[in-house]
Design a protein around this ligand. Structure first.
Ligand code: KOT
Length: 839
């Protein structure tokens, strides 16, 4: 890995500080010192985990210098700050990323080797903070990396779940969930800041009173109060000194127990309150893109949003800024609607706690927030029953009614009394019971609303948010997602990183558009040879992982065809499995068939309550069992399900892929980000015209992308004219055979009932149109197999994919957010040593 040279750092032999120095000798000394003084161990007794902790503290020391300096400069300058509010941050392991961003990966590797330790093994010891479900949470993590790398003052605000996304085991082909105890052995990356704790109220009632000027104000008398304790993690940028903060909140009881109850002799009752309060941040809800109207979830959302906004107000007061400047100090981004209650909470804080009048408070609120929508799926749209909402947040409901009343007045003013339109725009859904619509609150309370890919933003404006688009078109914009090349190329694929850097230097790591310069080598035989060699080594690595975790032996020379993402019907892992069955049948029918050998790799978690998704996992494993042990098939086809997909386990996967499966029903995948990670690492995509696939295809060239399937318009039209999935089945013998095998128990030891729900769903409703897309998909896969046989052509396509992915860096996305939405500028951070130049 090519290392950035840190300016002003003393890398020589003389007098390096043990906590900041980055020479190999200094690192070794500091590491052994931490082993002794932090872990309380000497080498002979130390476990791998002790060594990991000692190294983590050694790295943390080096971060702290930058972190403290960054905070000092932001405080001094009162810098305009982005506050990214997200219920999920799927950060992944910190150690490797910090080594890359600090520019000390190679030195640390050498230091460990000299101490007879393997850095890889120590990296593997880190328990990742899995505080997210999938795309939305991982996007937040990539954005924090880019914000720090671009030197933008930022606070990430979220929840410090004690248990993150569950660990997945596969037992007898089924998913089994295990609690994720990520904090079990301590977390060296966080620092608790109990001195900045805040109180959060719940329930109770409101009452009117008059303020000093005789104006009516509202007081909220809560039923309970919970304490929010912030835990801070430094987020270092790449090749800069900026270290921003991820501030996650833990809920605690205001006192360790209720003394009144205790004095009455009710010890258990007293402790009970503590237990209930701490339950609030106990566990992440494991649903991806389905909404569950659970009270605890609404409590979580309000809890972290209130903590965050109170924290921002504290910062303003400390910096002696008047609250009228709130929107000038902070640009607050709502990562989907999970934090949308922030609109009502900021109003409440300004009105009730800071005595502001409605109009200025509302102007500040609207200028403060931006709202990013991440899905069009109707089942994901959050709406809270009025009953639950009013019992938990009585004051917020009053505020929402007032916002709604004023908003609908404006609607009437613009469009006249169009009751249909007013009903559709109202913040309150009264169609079937009464609900607060969180997306509507977010739209009305923000000055900008963005989708996450060109198609997604277009569909938002034409469908889900059409009425809002007609009312305030100027609020709408698109910002196509991106991912950080630091984690997803440099850290995950060091060999490719070195090859690229040896050709064009390392500027591309900060400016991914520069990677385009490798295009000139796309047909260079020497470069192609090295490219192929690296891909093969990455595949051998994954083959070893697969053997170790699943017992399945795969051929690294076969085409690695990979689909890794949450298991969801709209993502159509079952379409991919239909292809597997089709290939299997082709070989069985013609045992001498000369097909391109393939390894189909799947990984991903299903929401614990999503029965069909769990059945899809069982189907993948059942097909795998039959295919992998059939001697007629041999090495020509293997199907593997890699358990427990998470950030750590995903990092070796992208670099090892030949083919990336992005096969969602058109119009359903808002953006996708895995598609970018694959293509950056030289995988070719087979995909539909959905989400960012469209933009990736435009960037890499249609000739370097395997396109198939219905378009969004086709899907809509087909639905309208009456979609009959069973017809496709009846008319297509290959498809019929595959479905009949699943139904007949061919993959389930004769059990015909096991997959019946899935088969019935496909033949009767097929909500995601697998039957219609089946044959085009099979034909396109045939093209893939043909192309793979032309080694030079494939390599050229692979190189061009990497070369043309510049646009999909999260740095580009964040620059767009900064310019279009946040209006915020970089604030460079210099270390004291750099300023004085005296080391
Ligand atoms: C979950 C619940 C409610 C609303 C949205 C979601 C959601 C959306 N969770 N993950 N997403 C994904 O977000 C990614 C980042 O924008 C997209 O790339 C992906 O297409 C979404 O499915």
């Amino acid at each position: 890995i090519q290392e950035p040279q840190l300016q002003g750092q003393d890398t020589g032999m003389q007098c390096e500080d043990d906590r900041t120095g980055i020479g190999v000798e200094t690192l070794k000394r500091a590491f052994l010192d931490n082993l002794f003084y932090v872990q309380g161990k000497f080498p002979a007794l130390a476990t791998k985990h002790d060594y990991y902790m000692a190294l983590a503290y050694t790295v943390r020391d080096r971060l702290l210098q930058r972190w403290v300096n960054t905070a000092a400069i932001y405080t001094q300058q009162g810098s305009r700050t982005v506050a990214y509010l997200s219920a999920e941050f799927l950060m992944g392991p910190h150690l490797g990323n910090n080594l890359i961003n600090l520019g000390i990966y190679n030195q640390v590797q050498q230091a460990m080797t000299e101490l007879k330790l393997d850095l890889k093994e120590l990296l593997a010891k880190e328990e990742e903070p899995g505080l997210g479900n999938g795309g939305l949470g991982r996007l937040a993590a990539c954005y924090l990396d880019s914000l720090a790398s671009l030197e933008i003052p930022t606070l990430g605000y979220g929840i410090r779940y004690e248990f993150g996304i569950f660990d997945q085991l596969i037992r007898n082909g089924w998913q089994v969930e295990k609690t994720d105890k990520w904090l079990r052995y301590g977390n060296p990356w966080e620092i608790a800041r109990p001195e900045w704790a805040v109180s959060v109220k719940f329930g109770g009632r409101t009452e009117a009173h008059k303020n000093a000027q005789g104006r009516y104000r509202v007081r909220w008398i809560p039923h309970k109060v919970v304490l929010g304790i912030p835990y801070d993690t430094p987020i270092l940028g790449y090749k800069v000194n900026t270290a921003n903060t991820l501030r996650l909140w833990k809920a605690e009881a205001p006192e360790s127990f209720d003394f009144e109850a205790f004095n009455r002799g009710n010890y258990y009752g007293a402790v009970d309150q503590k237990v209930t309060s701490e339950n609030l941040t106990k566990v992440l809800y494991p649903n991806d893109e389905t909404y569950e109207g659970k009270q605890l979830r609404l409590e979580q959302q309000y809890f972290f949003v209130s903590c965050a906004l109170q924290d921002m107000l504290r910062i303003m007061l400390r910096q002696k800024l008047p609250l009228e400047q709130f929107h000038e100090k902070f640009a607050v981004q709502l990562n989907d609607t999970h934090p949308a209650i922030a609109v009502a909470e900021l109003m409440r804080l300004l009105l009730d706690e800071h005595d502001m009048d409605w109009e200025p408070a509302w102007e500040i609120t609207q200028k403060t927030f931006g709202y990013t929508n991440h899905t069009l799926l109707p089942e994901a749209l959050e709406k809270w029953s009025l009953k639950l909402f009013s019992s938990l947040l009585p004051r917020h409901l009053e505020i929402i009614y007032e916002i709604n009343w004023r908003f609908l007045e404006q609607v009437r003013h613009k469009f006249g009394t169009d009751e249909g339109r007013i009903g559709r725009l109202s913040l309150i859904d009264e169609n079937d019971g009464k609900f607060v619509r969180m997306a509507h609150l977010a739209c009305v309370g923000s000055h900008k609303i963005n989708g996450v890919a060109a198609l997604h933003s277009e569909l938002l404006q034409k469908t889900t948010l059409l009425d809002f688009y007609e009312f305030f078109p100027e609020k709408f914009t698109n910002i196509t997602n991106g991912v950080t090349p630091r984690r997803w190329i440099v850290l995950s694929n060091p060999k490719l990183t070195n090859l690229i850097t040896s050709c064009i230097g390392d500027n591309w790591i900060k400016h991914l558009e520069d990677v385009q310069r490798i295009e000139t080598y796309a047909e260079d035989p020497g470069f192609q040879q090295e490219w192929q060699q690296i891909k093969r080594e990455n595949k051998v690595n994954v083959a070893e992982i697969l053997l170790d975790r699943t017992g399945v032996k795969v051929d690294p020379d076969s085409l690695f065809d990979i689909q890794v993402k949450r298991i969801h019907q709209y993502k159509r892992q079952h379409l991919n499995i239909l292809h597997a069955i089709t290939l299997y049948n082709q070989i069985k029918q013609n045992p001498n068939l000369d097909i391109t050998p393939r390894t189909l790799i799947f990984a991903g978690k299903a929401a614990p309550g999503y029965y069909i998704a769990k059945l899809i996992i069982k189907l993948i494993n059942s097909v795998a069992e039959v295919v992998n042990k059939d001697p007629d098939i041999g090495d020509r086809l293997k199907v593997v399900f890699l358990p427990d997909y998470n950030v750590k386990n995903s990092q070796p996967i992208y670099p090892a892929a030949d083919l990336s499966e992005q096969i969602s029903t058109a119009g359903k995948e808002a953006s996708g980000t895995g598609n970018m990670k694959f293509a950056m690492n030289g995988a070719l995509t087979i995909g539909t015209l959905d989400g960012t696939n469209i933009e990736i295809r435009n960037a890499v060239g249609a000739e370097n992308f395997f396109l198939f399937g219905l378009t969004t318009e086709d899907v809509g039209a087909l639905r309208l004219t009456g979609y009959r999935p069973r017809e496709y089945y009846k008319e297509n013998p290959q498809l019929k055979q595959a479905i009949d095998q699943i139904a007949s128990g061919y993959f389930s030891h004769g059990d015909r009932s096991l997959f019946k729900p899935l088969v019935d769903l496909l033949l009767d409703k097929d909500p995601f149109m697998l039957m219609a897309d089946y044959q085009p998909y099979i034909d396109c896969q045939q093209q893939v197999s043909q192309t793979y046989r032309d080694r030079d052509r494939w390599l050229q396509m692979s190189i061009l994919n990497t070369a043309r992915m510049g646009k999909f860096s999260s740095d580009r996305a964040i620059r767009e957010y900064c310019q279009q939405i946040w209006k915020v500028q970089p604030v460079p951070v210099q270390l004291a040593a750099e300023k004085t130049g005296d080391g």
